[in-house]
Design a protein around this ligand. Sequence first.
Ligand code: SF4
Length: 596
Amino acid sequence: MPSESAGIDTIVTEHKNDPTRLVQILRDVVATQGFVRPEAITAIAHALQLPRARVEGVAGFYAFLGTEPKGRFHVLFSDNVTDVMAGSLELRRRLLDAFHLELGDVSRDGLVSIDVISCTGLCDQGPAMLVNGRAIPRLTPARIGAISALIRGRSPVEEWPDNMFRIDDHIERKDVLLSTPLARGEAVAAAIARGADGTIEEIKRSNLRGRGGAGFTTGIKWAACRAAPGATRFVVCNADEGEPGTFKDRVLLGAWADLVFEGMTVAAFAVGAQRGFLYLRGEYPFLVPHLRAALEQRRSEGLLGERILGVEGFGFDIELHLGAGAYVCGEESALIESLEGKRGIPRNRPPYPVTRGYLQQPTVVNNVETLAAAALIAKLGAEWFTAVGTPKSAGTKILSVSGDVERPGIYEYPFGVTMQQVLDDAGAKDTQAVQVGGPSGTLLARRELGRRIAFEDVPSAGAFMVFDGSRDMLAVVENFARFFAHESCGFCTPCRVGTTLVKQMMGRLVEGKGTRRDLKDLAKVSKLMKTTSHCGLGTTAGNPVLDALEKLRPSFDKRLASLEVLPSFDLDEALAPAREVTAREDVDAHFPGEGS
Ligand code: SF4
């Protein structure tokens, strides 16, 4: 295929034959050829001087890449629980039936393939899907009918009506972060005036803690990076927000991109970094033109590039890097692996990225919201920031509110706000439970709605999913279990096997086929994953099950098929083929049953 290999050469050349761009190269290959063909793997490996197995391994790792043929129109429905609650399963069935397909199939004529992904980051306007990587929110039966007709008519996705792809920002409540104006360059100038050490001290005094979930103190992280030996330093903005129920970074980067880039540049000045990356969630390519334009403007105003604001020796620039559909890349060391063009397998820690991160050099990785806050602290000072929030949780938190509420969207509150306040503002009624921080976070029952969003009470990376009294909470937990089993990278046994076992047991319970033995095993496996998994995905995968078993136990008990402790594996049935081979059907050839 000479023309195809010429196309691959062009793509690789555009990426300067740089092996660290491998994920980006493969994204471009999929965009032009639908999937990664064996010839493409060979050509890329040759051009980048990488082992062929390395390229194939990366192509097979990410959901948006892949080495299997897909339809000319590749449709991915969001399997996020709030999309399911909004009717995505019925809509998915409708489209599957229109093309006589089952999930995962490619139509015989190669026209269409339909599958699922964990989440699209559009939980405030679901149900949603991606078609050839382009997001379509607010699906309805009429919209599915229109999409089906466009596919049948072989109309290129680029020519579909613009309003089909319209993504709305639902900004429902602003506090100091979203309402304080900042002119381009103001925070960078303030950081320069304070000096690098002074800026780090100011960030430390502000008690700014990471908004991505872990809550690590930002100033300490920056100081460690600055002090670490290394020829080059890097600043990475983690905009991978793959946690189902989270979409605040999408809005921040859409409407406050300059604030985030300002924060990255302040961080670069403080730690002495020369290069920065914005690692953008693979589901958000619609933000790329806007982000590129914002970066270009900053370059033209001397806020990126050599001698920023005329300061000798302060050179810094930012590159965009798109993810490719792997939730585990939200973990900072997996994200760095991905940035280096590898599979997103979390690294052993220590060493931590601040000492050995991107290309083994000191690297600061911060969440989008953290960097936005850092920019404002650089300009307005630590006292401005600590005046808001609680003594242990300074500043504000942006929540992505979705599910059973009248007004889904993003809400910014000072830390310390009660769950009930958020629910009242969003128009929630008869709330049965809230999942805070996404599936890996905390499930809170009705009796806990007086608790507060704060590091010292209910910490949150931002997701706030609401379930009213009509929802089947076992089905919700089963959805989360499916999510973790789907997203486990498979590197370590406790998570790879544990997430699958939990998914299977939750499936049995939801179908009313579970036993008390399943409940015991669910708790046991979930605790085992927590203590023995290699990274945060595995250590948090059991959270929803353990929370639900503790707080919603009657829902489980009501669904049990048997109150007895029955084995979930039928050994006698499994031995049937052996009996057949040995031609034995006598009593002694059977495994004794329960109670025998
Ligand atoms: Fe991969 Fe799960 Fe192990 Fe993390 S815990 S390394 S996601 S298998």
